[in-house]
Ligand binder design. Sequence first.
Ligand SMILES: [Zn+2]
Length: 463
Amino acid sequence: MNGFARNWPASYIVVATLAAACPSGVVEAQAIGPEVVRTVGRDEVPESAFATRNALKVPGRPIGFNQSLPYSSMERALLGPFRPKLDIQKLPIRFTLSPNITLTAAKWEAFSYVTRSREKILTWSAPVRLTIADFKGQRVIDGRGRFVFSEEQTWGQVDTSEGNYVVVPTVKGFQAALALETAGFPPDHPAKLEDRRKAKLRGTETRILEEGSFDCATTENPRFAGVRLTLGIVFTRAALEAHSKQVFARPCAMIHKIVGDINDGLALSEVAVRFRLVGSGLIKGYSEPQLDGTRAIAHVLPEIRDTGSDVGKEIDSWRRKRGANIVVVLVSADDGCGISDDRVERFEDKERAIAVADSKCAVFIHSAAHEIGHIMALRHDVRADPSTTPFPYGHGYVFRGSGHKFLTIMGSRTSCVDCTRANRWSNPAVKENTENRVTGDPKTAHETRVLEEVAPITAKFFQ
Ligand SMILES: [Zn+2]
């Protein structure tokens, strides 16, 4: 590992401290100071790396650059910590996963969300310290990190009380750290379902590929004792290409980031529900309906729910075979981040348990989780949606602290335009980290209670 580190000088480092809940309930954390091995100079960063907004199509403001790691070294780093002979008694566990990213864990339990597929993708969630040092100076970002380590790239996200940051690959082996600009994403939902006859539906032969690199199914976490729900994710070619051809758009890396985020959010919000990915596939030969040159997410839902259509029939038979309680269809859309059946009172109707989400929104601002929330009877925050059925306490929450504000998963972006969306479900029993204030209201905003009440019903869908 030392030779590895010497060969690949770092420019910015992630030092992670882990607060893992022990069986006794004691939370253990260890502070590790920032460590800068090498600073990247301005002249080393290719000019095209700065055009990140266009190159990556991720709405965000670049705040730093760094060199990433080639395949062979990453594979060595990836496999190393998972060899069974690793001495796990020696704490903290320290990973040097790229020349610039070091993760330190005080507890082995931090890796309960690790999944590995045929592509050897590892996802990891923990409190992290992201230290970026380049020609712009040094910045330290503390927050909740969720990283994906694939054979070729490391990328991920750090959510903080001030905003959300992503680290993504850009050109010529460089990575960019971006401050996400939520306003740059489409609205949560399309304005309305326009006349379907206007929609130009394309794609005659539709087949879902289950094999090969498109199937990223994971195994059960045997240690989780709550309600387990099954999730199937299918995606269009455009959903992948929306992330350009960068490595982080590889299907399993994209999907594991989404599923990892969902489960991490449930854990952080203390919900006794988890999702397991039971299958994924490419919807071949299907492209998003276009309406006046706009890829219209509003028009995808009727088509995929129609078992008389080619795509609807394929998805229906696939989900039955896989036993997916809920299916999320990832597309690339211009008119909205997601859509699902808005008749939330009918949460017991299994035919509702399918949603569509834009892939960028799903990867970076929790839109897949948001649509799953609607399927499971949840509504937006009370300002955006005051309806009280079927659960008066089934609303999202807008947190307004003295120093920061955020939306929970079901909070509507129209209720707080400059809020970030936190990976949290409203829960009046759980406090946020910075100001130690609650993240819900027992009468109106208790999403986690609804999730736990509805999950046993959802768990029977298509089983
Ligand atoms: Zn919504």
